[in-house]
Design a binder for this molecule. Structure first.
Ligand SMILES: NC(=O)c1ccc[n+]([C@@H]2O[C@H](COP(=O)([O-])OP(=O)(O)OC[C@H]3O[C@@H](n4cnc5c(N)ncnc54)[C@H](OP(=O)(O)O)[C@@H]3O)[C@@H](O)[C@H]2O)c1
Length: 304
């Protein structure tokens, strides 16, 4: 496993980190008859296998159903220090509500200090005028959290987050079909010493054979993913492996958060992370970007 410094937080984290909404909530889209949430025992076994392979960074949120509880149980079973935990707080909360949310996260995760707490989906406006970052700063000074971040959608919110000095880590989406963060935001964040977490390498599973289950309104995504699959095959990769490798290479100094639900997906991700994409493949991959960002934003998709 390769490791990276996460901005100025002082954390050394694995290049591949695990996003864990998939472990706590029905998420994404499933083939007919498939169940949404894996069995908690299987999720814990998958997390322990990931720790064995050197993964040392997990992303969760109170809004992710049972995710924090499952992570807390996995960490107890693992029983060794060194796993960094990132969680979130919802927007529009009072100071007391934020304190309560952090207290509950610590209880579920069974830890005394939260390594990273991110604002969960703040808008640009909320980032400009909201007081949540000051409230988190006060929590940090009291010792309950180690670092502050923002997990955002879209360029405007990403730019607004980078204007706030409290933000030490920025979480954004980046994948073959949505490359809008690559040219402006990621280099700027790196220049500012802000750590970057890149999510949605598989665009919630669109960049896998699951694209065949997309509803007709999203056929443009399925078609683009089909073209990307032909490109991946020419490089002797399957589409998920090529998409993960694209993200790891295009994201520069970032850490890549993958939504993984099984041991097979974990093994596939670890294999994909062994190498970067060659420069000519990265250049070709630029042609898969869909300029209409509303199409690649899962919040605009019909219920799946
Ligand atoms: N606003 C926010 O803060 C926000 C928003 C979204 C996500 N996130 C974070 O980012 C994490 C990742 O979410 P995402 O939306 O970005 O998901 P993603 O990593 O783009 O895609 C995850 C989905 O891809 C499928 N998958 C994984 N590995 C695969 C493989 N090797 N082959 C085929 N399919 C594979 C899995 O579905 P199956 O198991 O069903 O195949 C999984 O549910 C979340 O867990 C969460 O922590 C944060």
């Amino acid at each position: 496993m390769r490791y990276r410094k996460l901005g100025k937080t002082g954390f050394s984290v694995s290049l591949l980190a695990l996003g864990t909404v998939e472990l706590g909530l029905p998420y994404g889209f499933y083939r007919p008859g498939e169940s949404g949430i894996p069995d908690p025992g299987e999720s814990i076994a998958m997390l322990l296998a990931a720790f064995e392979k050197g993964v040392n960074f997990l992303d969760t949120a109170p809004a992710y159903g049972e995710s924090e509880t499952i992570l807390g149980q996995a960490l107890q079973e693992w029983g060794q220090p060194g796993i960094r935990l990132a969680t979130k707080i919802g927007m529009g909360k009072s100071r007391e509500e934020i304190r309560a949310s952090l207290r509950e996260s610590r209880r579920r995760l069974q830890c005394e200090v939260l390594d990273l707490v991110q604002l969960h989906n703040p808008t640009a406006e909320e980032l400009r005028i909201g007081c949540e970052l000051e409230l988190l700063q006060a929590e940090k000074e009291e010792g309950g959290i180690r670092a502050i971040g923002a997990s955002v959608y879209g360029l405007e919110a990403a730019r607004a987050a980078l204007c706030r000095p409290q933000v030490e880590v920025l979480q954004v989406a980046l994948n073959l079909l949505d490359q809008q963060m690559a040219s402006g935001i990621l280099p700027r964040a790196t220049r500012c010493g802000v750590g970057i977490l890149v999510r949605s390498a598989l665009l919630k599973g669109v960049l896998s054979d699951r694209r065949h289950c997309l509803p007709p309104q999203l056929s443009a995504l399925a078609d683009a993913a089909g073209r990307a699959e032909k490109w991946a095959r020419r490089r002797n990769l399957d589409l998920p492996a090529a998409a993960i490798r694209f993200c790891l290479t295009a994201a520069g100094d970032s850490v890549v958060l993958l939504g993984i639900r099984s041991r097979q997906e974990l093994d596939a991700a670890l294999r994909a992370a062994e190498e970067d994409l060659p420069p000519e493949a990265l250049e070709e991959a630029g042609s898969f970007h869909i300029p209409d960002s509303s199409l690649t934003d899962p919040r605009t998709w019909p219920a799946l």
